[in-house]
Design a binder for this molecule. Structure first.
Ligand code: SF4
Ligand code: SF4
Length: 100
């Protein structure tokens, strides 16, 4: 059986995303001092990646499944530290699950 890429799997859902206003904010410069970078392995949609070339966090809110894992695992998101915030997308936008 063919193994689907993350993009293929995400495409099985429907997204009505606000491409320009992220419902999750992270301060990528401040993230350089994070000791665990747990967001890069807790996100089921692989929205957080560590850019090893630039030694910087990369984050794309489009494709977010709104599971809340990153808010639980990142103390800065959890506590709403300066430069960090987590909210659901505005009413009526975001993910529309087709399966499961
Ligand atoms: S866990 Fe939080 S502070 Fe650490 S890299 Fe990820 S978003 Fe930044
Ligand atoms: S809410 Fe879930 S899917 Fe969205 S970015 Fe955070 S961990 Fe990833």
């Amino acid at each position: 059986m063919k193994r689907l890429s993350m993009d293929d799997r995400l495409a099985k859902n429907r997204f009505d995303s606000d491409d320009h206003n992220s419902h999750i904010l992270v301060d990528k410069e401040a993230c350089r001092s994070c000791g665990h970078r747990a967001c890069t392995y807790c996100c089921p949609a692989e929205r957080y990646k560590w850019d090893t070339i630039n030694d910087k966090l990369s984050f794309d809110h489009v494709g977010c499944l709104e599971c809340g894992n990153c808010r639980l695992i990142c103390e800065r998101l959890n506590q709403g530290a300066e430069g960090y915030s987590w909210n659901y997308p505005g009413q009526g936008i975001g993910i529309i699950f087709r399966e499961g």
